[in-house]
Design a protein around this ligand. Sequence first.
Ligand code: HSE
Length: 434
Amino acid sequence: MGPVNIGVVGLGTVGAGTVQVLQKNGVEISRRAGREIRVTHAAVRNLESRRACSLEDIELTVDAMSLVHNQDIDVVLELMGGCEHAYDIVISALRQKKHVVTANKALIATKGNEIFDEASKQGLVVAFEAAVAGGIPIIKAIRESFSGNKIENVEGILNGTCNYILSEISDRGCDYDEVLAVAQDLGYAETDPYFDVEGIDAAHKLTILASIAYGTHLNFESIHVEGISNITHADISYARELGYRVKHLGIARRQNDALDLRVHPCLLASDQILANVCGVMNAVKVNGDAVGETLFYGAGAGAGPTASAVVADLVDVVRTLTSDPFNRVPHLAFQPSELSSFAVTPIEDTVTAQYLRLTVVDKPGVLGDVTKILGDEGVSIRAISQKERHMDASAVPVVIVTHQVREGSLNRAIAEIESLAISVAPIVRIRLEE
Ligand code: HSE
């Protein structure tokens, strides 16, 4: 059969990385796909910018819609990021009968339901492996390799930038802004790093993982999201003294008839596997009732790893060009008519141990007041330590690790302690995952 022509929208880190991989490994890739895959067109914002790939034989344009309407293009790669324009490109490509590969987790997490409906209507595929955990083939694993399982938990380090920042602060005592700037330079961070450090990017990825794990419609809004911007070097050091590391996790757990879906920083015992995943690396643990615990580890961001996933999707799409549209792997793992709605556990009803750092006046009776309030809410203390006051400080840090506690009870205790005159700063809390 003849070659498959690709139009790439966006030649930034991921787009140029993908073209580079297709150019470098073209022969191997075609041997796998069964057809030659060639990038014939690319849409960019600036025709003059330098690219990290050869542009030989690629026609450049600033008009992304012209690719979508080009009859010679068979598959559109949406690698531009962002939501509004990307949505228009993807929907228009589907309406023009073109399969789509995208790395855009924000798009899939927030508009995926509409996109998959349109794709099913048109008998087309929208592939999105690169949207979650960069080069780790976690979507294929859950969607296809674990089809025989009831998935219990999916949890992991889903944002390379957060993991990189936490690792650098922990290991080298670096300054937060300095580390973030390096992550941006290395091409790990999103265009708007707020998405990384405030947990939005990880929540987009968890939304996708939860849907394919549990057979539900995508529901980004249901996830409880916290980022790492309030995690300080002090908290990381205190946690380390207690035998824990601080990691930013995405957690999806089946609990009776509801799902526990949350993204936030966590303390993990330093001998746990996820506690030892450092730098920009991602790792995802999946528990299935048949397979037991599995772990997937790899680079979660960067040109090469993301391109690896985009090209794998492209090969899958090329293989499906000749297959029956009604018998393809469903977008969200379960047949569209079988998707269900799960209740999501309110964050107040979740039960975890927690690390608390209080900043309190150093005077008699303070610890008594604090522990009384905790005790009255049924919060049991597992470890407590007060740091010595520095000469110039008016208050001291008190670090408390609780036993398992219902979040709502702890919230009431925290609010009451913060309302006391002895409390001079908001309490920092980090949940602890056993
Ligand atoms: N900004 C993302 C991260 C890139 O840091 O993990 C990959 O999604």
